[in-house]
Design a protein around this ligand. Structure first.
Ligand SMILES: [Zn+2]
Length: 503
């Protein structure tokens, strides 16, 4: 959970409204709330491993209160997961969004809790797999005593549901069809490719070329790569470039089928296979597919002739799928079917030269998604990122930048403390006293893959100061100069880290 002072959010909100006008600002905050709701849903989904959607949905209002922007009291709340039905009526007390709106603009003639109605919509939609829209009937920002909020299936709101376009313009389907909401707010407004692969190093260049080369075929593609390398992203790129680009892209997380309690079937009516007709079926983490489903899948794929191959099957595996075949956990015939066109995505530590480009990309993307203008990233923070090993790959880098965007001051720079939480395994440095008298930090392996210790950033920082003090013979001013810090700043840091010094 992110703690953000409500006054800070209020100022940001006011500035955004003044900068882009109330309509665009409303869309922006709606979408921010929506994307936050979707993220919560993801977290909750991981928590409730048993696919206990009921508990997850029921936790919604409580989670919303915990967030601290409103106090939710439930008036009516019913849902039926099988029928995909949802109806909720809530009172929201003390909405900070309404308070901040009134502080900046006075009493409003329309409801003002935009981010707050986006959040439960994103949350409920992601869990239910059906678009659910929340609207304010009354709002504190309009002078009401409390906000009155209703959440219903999009279809129940009638024909005019502009929110749907706002949340996912490309993915809105006719009613009563299962709906896979976009997990991110749409990024392609300016006509840029939504899943353009970023990077120029040899490994990623090769993967990109392969994707382009095989996209036109109907044969199965297998993406191999460590967790977080972006296998689903690549699969979506493949889909965009394919002849079924206008068809659906259906993701199946195969580990959800373990123990046979998937919330949705793979085959038959309404199953993933059927929903992916005319499009792409993406089997994520395919090695965890249980044996009975493997057999069915092998039979289905075997029965499909070239002409009736209505579904393009793309799968992903983070280990060596072959090893699962050898251990008997994965059917050999299915393996050979799925792995006709394998594409390996390299880990981020093997494509370090792409890191600067990715930093800039994520900085732009996250600051846009969160509606937070930023100047850039500090030299120190960039420097440290360039040396970090990224065990979680591109996803970890993206998370770090997003965290930085959220923690940093609007219009400022991302600093080390915004990005690193202190639990990361930090690269080891050697401090070198340069001929000029400056302390130069250099990574031990000169830019190549380094061996990493388990020091925290604080420990590293402390070591750097100690080395500088030693080199300056204990003279704090000289050490500060060598480090490029002001004397006052170094004093402060030394005191904070409890480093004794001679004066
Ligand atoms: Zn309100």
């Amino acid at each position: 959970m992110v703690m953000m002072q409500t006054a800070v959010l209020g100022t940001l909100r006011r500035d955004v409204i003044n900068a882009v006008g109330i309509d665009r600002a409303r869309s922006l905050f709606y979408r921010t709330g929506w994307s936050q709701g979707q993220r919560y849903a993801e977290l909750v989904r991981k928590r409730f491993r048993q696919d206990d959607l009921t508990a997850a949905l029921a936790a919604g209002p409580r989670l919303h209160t915990m967030e601290g922007f409103v106090k939710v009291s439930t008036k009516r709340f019913e849902f039926d997961i099988k029928r995909g039905h949802y109806h909720g009526e809530f009172h929201w007390h003390d909405s900070t969004e309404a308070v901040e709106h009134m502080r900046a603009f006075g009493v409003s003639d329309c409801p003002t809790c935009w981010m707050q109605v986006g959040a439960p919509a994103g949350f409920t939609t992601a869990l239910l797999g059906q678009p659910v829209i929340f609207r304010e009937v009354e709002c504190m920002g309009q002078g009401a005593e409390r906000c009155v909020v209703i959440g219903r299936n999009a279809a129940a709101w009638g024909n005019e549901v502009p929110e749907l376009e706002l949340f996912a313009p490309a993915t809105v389907k006719p009613r009563n069809q299962p709906w896979n909401p976009a997990t991110e707010p749409p990024q392609n407004r300016e006509g840029t490719t939504p899943h353009a692969i970023i990077g120029k190093t040899a490994g990623i260049e090769r993967a990109r070329r392969l994707v382009e080369r095989v996209a036109g075929y109907a044969e199965p593609v297998l993406f191999l790569g460590e967790p977080g390398t972006g296998k689903e992203f690549f699969a979506r790129r493949l889909h965009e470039l394919s002849s079924v680009a206008n068809g659906p892209f259906v993701t199946v997380n195969c580990d959800a089928y373990a123990g046979d309690h998937a919330d949705r079937p793979m085959f038959g009516e309404g199953g993933a296979m059927e929903r992916a007709k005319g499009g792409t079926l993406f089997l994520n983490d395919v090695s965890s597919l249980p044996k009975p489903i493997q057999s069915q899948l092998a039979a289905t794929l075997g029965a499909e002739t070239k002409t009736s191959a209505a579904v393009r099957v793309v799968s992903a595996c983070s280990g060596r799928l072959r090893d699962f075949v050898e251990s008997g956990a994965f059917r050999a015939d299915l393996y050979f079917r799925l792995s006709l066109l394998p594409i390996v995505i390299p880990p981020l530590r093997d494509r370090r030269d792409d890191v600067p480009m990715l930093i800039d990309h994520f900085l732009h993307r996250h600051s846009k998604a969160h509606g937070k203008p930023l100047r850039g990233i500090s030299v120190d923070a960039r420097d440290l990122l360039l040396r970090y090993d990224f065990p979680g790959n591109v996803r970890e880098l993206s998370n770090m930048i997003e965290r930085g965007v959220i923690y940093s001051e609007p219009g400022g720079d991302l600093e080390i403390s915004h990005i690193f939480t202190g639990i990361e395994q930090m690269p080891e440095f050697v401090e070198v006293l340069h001929a000029s008298g400056r302390i130069v930090r250099r990574s031990t392996a000169g830019g190549a893959r380094t061996s990493f210790g388990s020091r925290t950033f604080d420990e590293m920082e402390e070591e750097t100061y100690r080395a500088a003090l030693l080199a300056a013979d204990g003279n704090v001013s000289a050490a500060a100069r060598a480090l490029g810090l002001s004397r006052a700043k170094l004093d402060y840091r030394l005191a904070k880290l409890g480093i004794a010094r001679r004066t």
